[in-house]
Design a protein around this ligand. Sequence first.
Ligand SMILES: [Zn+2]
Length: 93
Amino acid sequence: MRCAICGSERLSPVGELVLGSERPVDRLRLRFRRPGFLKRRPAFQADLARACRDRGALFPFLRELDRRELDATAAGLLEIEDAGPDPDGANAN
Ligand SMILES: [Zn+2]
């Protein structure tokens, strides 16, 4: 595995990303737009990371259970409304 920023192979082992406290409710999550009224907002726990030992870039990623759930539901996920310009232009109106 290489650093996506500088190409270094010197990445740290996988660690846990935590916010100010260690409470599970404060874990980092990747959330998407609510798919409809009364529907649960899709969210996936993304509290694992590796760091580049040369540049310090941080690469967060999903836990395996959440990765599988994201993969299974990816086709129905909606971007958040204030996502800004799409760099790929894929969602241009
Ligand atoms: Zn790097």
